[in-house]
Design a protein around this ligand. Structure first.
Ligand code: PEP
Ligand code: MN
Length: 339
């Protein structure tokens, strides 16, 4: 349950509200949002519903939520969130494409890829500096040097930049060099990291954990939103299935399923979902048709020299064709929605 308080609530009125809620065996979490102060009430909701909280002085509205993740819900906010990332926007009817190499390798390669991404019409440049790898012997990224390279190349080509943060200790370096912080699949449930990116107020791309339900994922988003950071974009990147024909199983149904209950923008990553470059375009097109707000795609000018995820890297020429297709699909599907 969610309580929207008036900005003029007095300490005495606030105490009365708190006492009534706690007296009904519930807990209170306080959060500040664009709409003012909110109380998220959890616990024995059947009991607290017996208390006429809506008529307490200082309470503007009571939202009786059916789910524990309150702030991401449509019951809390009916209009879709639009997240501004540098000179681009994610959500609200456009289709944002984030593209670049899996890992940042060197300045010249990154600049060559970034130029192709921009010229094809990409909106954000991606590149991993802190790489979580399955094997400890794999290339784990250039760290801070990579972040600085990404920032410089982003400025050079005029694209905002997104990269993964893996450790709360990197928050300062990431905030000062990135336009958007990515939480990878392996860290979706790293709650200390979620709180840290929440406190930063910076735009966050929250990937779905590979074994996470949609409810788990929205609860993870809630950790960020509850810190007063509304700038969250979700990213479906495939979940663990039983089939080894693709790297993961892309859950495209997550797009309408999230839409049905949340105002947060959602994009799709067909690169990590499939692990095969030739499967990326068909699934990116499907994601666009399914109503996603964008896609994240790995691109490399020379996949034979890529230091990670070489098999799923698209060549710039194929990426350009894909973006042409996406523009057409988006136009058609968007028109159909508006009709
Ligand atoms: C990535 O985008 O580079 C990445 C590691 O993705 P994921 O967390 O989805 O595996
Ligand atoms: Mn990758």
């Amino acid at each position: 349950m969610l309580l929207v308080l008036t900005p003029t609530i007095t300490p005495a009125e606030r105490s009365a509200v708190d006492e009534a809620i706690r007296g009904a065996g519930c807990t209170i979490a306080e959060t500040h949002t664009r709409r003012g102060m909110l109380l998220v009430v959890d616990g024995d909701l059947d009991r607290v519903r017996q208390v006429p909280l809506a008529v307490f002085p200082g309470v503007r509205k009571v939202i009786g939520l059916s789910k524990p993740y309150a702030l991401s819900s449509l019951e809390h906010q009916a209009e879709q969130t639009v997240v501004a990332v540098g000179n681009t926007r994610v959500g609200g009817g456009s289709f944002a494409v984030m593209a670049g190499p899996c890992a940042i390798e060197d300045h010249a390669t990154l600049l060559a890829i970034a130029t192709q991404v921009r010229d094809a019409g990409g909106n954000l440049l991606r590149g991993g500096a802190y790489k979580p790898r399955t094997s400890p012997y794999s290339f784990r990224g250039l760290g801070l040097d990579g972040l600085l390279m990404l920032r410089d190349v982003g400025l050079e080509v005029g694209l905002p930049v997104v990269s993964e943060i893996t450790d709360p200790r990197h928050i300062e370096a990431c905030i000062s060099n990135l336009d958007m912080l990515q939480i990878g699949t392996r860290n979706m449930s790293n709650f200390d990291l979620l709180v840290e990116v929440g406190k930063s107020g910076h735009p966050v791309l929250l990937k779905r954990g590979r074994s996470a339900t949609i409810a788990d994922w929205l609860n993870a988003a809630e950790y960020i939103l509850a810190q007063g950071n509304p700038n969250v974009v979700l990213c479906e990147r495939g979940i663990r299935g039983f089939d080894t024909a693709t790297r993961n199983t892309l859950d495209l149904a997550a797009v309408p399923a999230v839409r049905a209950q949340s105002h947060l923008p959602i994009i799709v990553d067909p690169s990590h979902a499939t692990g095969r470059s030739s499967f990326v375009a068909p699934l990116a097109r499907a994601a666009c048709a399914a109503g996603a707000d964008g896609a994240m795609i790995e691109v490399h000018t020379d996949p034979t020299r890529a230091r990670s995820d070489a098999e799923q890297a698209m060549l710039p020429v194929d990426f350009r064709d894909l973006l042409d297709d996406l523009r057409l699909i988006h136009k058609v599907c968007h028109r159909a929605v508006d009709a």
